[in-house]
Ligand binder design. Sequence first.
Ligand code: PEP
Ligand code: MN
Length: 372
Amino acid sequence: MILVMKADLPPDSPELDRVRQLAESYGLSTQVHRIQGATRSLTEVYLLGPTGVVPTAPFEEFESVERVVRITEKFRSIGRHGGGVEAVGFEYNGVHLSQDSFHLIPGLCAVDTRENVDEMFAALQRCGIEMTRAGAYKPRTSPYDFQGLGAACLPYVFELAGKYGIRIIAMEITRESQIGEIRQALRESGDATGVMIQIGTRNAQNFELLKAAGQQREMPVLFKRGMGITLEESLNACEYVASSGNHRILFCLRGMKTNLGDPHRNFVDVAHVPVVKRLTRLPVCVDPSHSVGRRAAAPDGLLDIFHVTAQGVIAGANAVLVDFHPHPEDALCDGPQALRLDELERYLEDVQIVRAAYEERLKRIARPLKEL
Ligand code: PEP
Ligand code: MN
C-alpha cells in the first residue's frame, strides 16, 4: 500500500510519525520516500507487509494523506498502479528528469585519455549540454579487450566535468566496490559534478549489484534493459533497485540481441518507449549507439544512428544516451558506432526538430486517456 501525502509536506511533520505508528500497529513496516520535483516535493509512505487485510479508511482520515493506493500490479515500486501514483520524476544536481523532460546524454563510451575527455566536454559545453557519459569500468565480451581505466581516471574526469559545467555523468559499474570509488573521487573533486550509476545490459539481472545500486540513494541509476530477456523481466530486475530504496531511476532501451536485427548490432526496441512509460513511473532513455552499432548511412543522407534517435524521440523518449568520440578511429571501445564531434551540432539540431514534432503531436493529436 502507498500513502501519497499532500504536496510539500515538511519532512519533520508529526503526522508522518503518527501515520507510521498506525501502520506499525497493523504489523507493517514503513519506508518514507521524498521525491524532489522541479516545482514541489512529494512524500510517499510505503507500507510493507501483509497489507491485504489492512483497511484504508484509518489512513485516509489523516489530514496530510492525499490518497491511499492499493498496489495491485507486480511492479510495486516503479509501477503506476492504474494511475494511482504520479510519474513526478526526480531532481539530481540541478537537473530534472521525468516522463515529460528531455535531455541529451552524448559522450565517450569509455574514457581513454585526458585529452579526449577535455575535447569531448568542451564540445558539450559549446552546445549547452549538461549531461554526458564516460565509462571507467567496462564489461567487455572478450577478456583481452580494454576494460576501462578504472578509478585512476576519475579525478580528471570529475575535474574536467566541473570545468565544463557538466552536471551528470552516466558511468557504468560492474561491481559494488566501484560505487565507493566513485563516491570518494567525487568528494575529492569537491563534488565538481554528479554521477548517475549505470547498470549495463550484461548486469541487468545481477541482483546483488542491483541491490547495491539501490541501497545507496546519493546517486541516481541508469538501468539498461537486459538484451536477451523480456521487457517484463527487465522491469522486475529494475524493481530490485527501487525496492532497495533508490527510486531515482532512468530506464534505458538499448536493443535486443538477436540476428533478426542484422545488420544492426541489436534489434532496435524504441517501440517500447510508450510501453515503459505506461507501465512505470520512470523516465525512459534510448541508446541508438548500442542498438545500431555502426556508422551505416541511408540513401537519404542520414546515418542509421540519426534515424533511430529520431524514432525514439518521436515516440516520447526522455533522454538519448549516445556515443561520441573526438577520434573514433582511435577509440579503445565501440569506435565503429561513435559519432564525431564535428557531427554534434547537426545531431543536436536533428533531435530538436524531432522533439518539437513530438510536442506538436501532444498538442494536436493526443486525446485524454478516458476518450481512448
Ligand atoms: C555502454 O553503454 O557502454 C554499454 C556497455 O551498453 P550496454 O550495457 O547497453 O551494452
Ligand atoms: Mn559501449
